[in-house]
Ligand binder design. Structure first.
Ligand code: FAD
Ligand code: NAP
Length: 319
């Protein structure tokens, strides 16, 4: 039976930073980076975007793929083993923990003393007609990441959603766009009162209540309109926008540990504040899978570092 000291599940900034720290501490970690796990390439969400301009240390910017490839190389340099397989099943009922990958689901499990879960999250999408064509060509699920790119400068933009994220992203986008529409399906915002007030007070922002999105339209290359429908009047119209941002929530990738560890109401792994400890001793969580709020590469890398230090301490206390 194969036994590992620390197993890291995931292949994004959280997993690779955890691996780097553990490898430098001479605890040779094994990373299962996934094979299109959760529909995302090994390397994580950063592989789905173009330029990263807000990761410190790279003043000229670099592509998301290049950034995670560099992280992987750095982790491997110090002895991390990276396996391109998806973890299919985890048993946290007793230690050592057991797990199976998609290729050995019927075989003997692999055992491990500690697990760091860094499987990330994925932005919910609407799957509108035209969405595939204009994804990253005007449509994005991250205003903070993509809002500053030239195609959105001084152009009308739209944000779909009525929660805190949508309001925060809409406010953020007023710095770049000529006007920002907040497209809300109900007749009220779900966001906190303070956020609602900020949105209502901003002259560049217009809230379209009772409005659903019907189609993303453009010239074949770039988005230039969103077809919308008023659900009260059933009237349809084209909203001329060059940017469309989804802020309708995220789905954390926690299915492999469902029911075995505490999660919050939205399925994110609960960690003890200020640490990466979960409700299961020896099982740590880092990155977007435990972070509903910040969801950035740098914060994921930061909690990856924390998870490595927490796991290292846990292992030394066991010895
Ligand atoms: P992820 O990056 O989500 O990686 C998780 C990985 O785990 C994935 O590769 C997934 O396939 C794998 N996985 C899932 N389940 C399993 C399993 N069972 N077994 C094995 N592997 C599994 N942040 C910034 O700071 N700056 C930006 O400019 C920026 N731009 C972005 C643009 C876009 C379009 C998106 C979607 C996000 C962007 N972000 C940006 C956010 C950033 O990408 C995320 O916050 C960060 O990648 C989260 O890192 P993570 O390691 O927690 O998880
Ligand atoms: P959220 O609170 O779940 O809101 C999602 C929004 O998207 C809701 O308005 C929802 O509409 C809408 N929506 C969902 N599916 C939709 C669809 N198919 N079509 C159109 N609209 C759809 O998610 P969130 O805004 O990402 O916030 C998540 C959590 O993080 C919340 O607890 C929030 O308070 C917190 N947060 C806090 C801050 C802050 O304090 N600064 C910032 C960001 C997030 P309905 O209302 O109609 O369901």
């Amino acid at each position: 039976m194969t036994h590992q000291k620390v197993t890291i599940i995931g292949g994004g900034p959280a997993a690779l930073t955890a691996a780097l720290y553990l490898a430098r501490a001479e605890i040779k970690p094994t990373v299962y980076e996934g094979l299109l796990a959760n529909g995302i390439a090994a390397g994580g969400q950063l592989t789905t975007t173009t330029e990263i301009e807000n990761f410190p240390g790279f003043p000229e910017g670099l592509t998301g793929t290049e950034l995670v490839e560099r992280m992987k190389k750095q982790a491997e340099k110090f002895g991390t083993e990276v396996i391109t397989e998806t973890v299919a099943k985890v048993d946290l009922s007793s230690r050592p923990f057991k797990f199976w990958t998609e290729w050995n689901e019927d075989a003997e499990p692999i055992t491990t003393d500690a697990i760091i879960l860094a499987t990330g999250a994925s932005a919910k999408r609407l799957n509108l007609p035209g969405e595939e064509t204009y994804w990253q060509q005007g449509i994005s699920a991250c205003a903070v990441c993509d809002g500053a790119v030239p195609i959105f400068r001084n152009k009308p933009l739209a944000v779909i959603g009525g929660g805190d994220s949508a309001c925060e992203e809409a406010l953020f986008l007023t710095k770049y766009g000529s006007k920002v529409y907040l497209v809300v399906r109900k007749d009220y915002l779900r966001a906190s009162t303070i956020m609602q007030r900020r949105v209502e007070k901003n002259d560049k922002l217009e809230i379209l209540y009772n409005t659903v999105s019907v189609e993303a339209k453009g010239d074949g290359k770039l988005l230039n309109a969103l077809r919308i429908k008023n659900v009260k009047t059933e009237e349809e119209s084209d909203l001329p926008v060059n940017g469309l941002f989804y802020a309708i929530g995220h789905t954390p990738a926690t299915s492999i540990v469902q029911g075995q560890v505490e999660t919050d109401a939205n399925g994110y792994i609960k960690t003890v504040p200020g640490t990466t400890h979960t409700s299961v001793e020896g099982f740590f969580a880092a990155g977007d899978v435990q972070d509903e709020r910040y969801r950035q590469a740098i914060t994921s890398a930061g909690t990856g570092c924390m998870a490595a230090l927490d796991a290292e301490k846990f292992l030394s206390e066991q010895e």
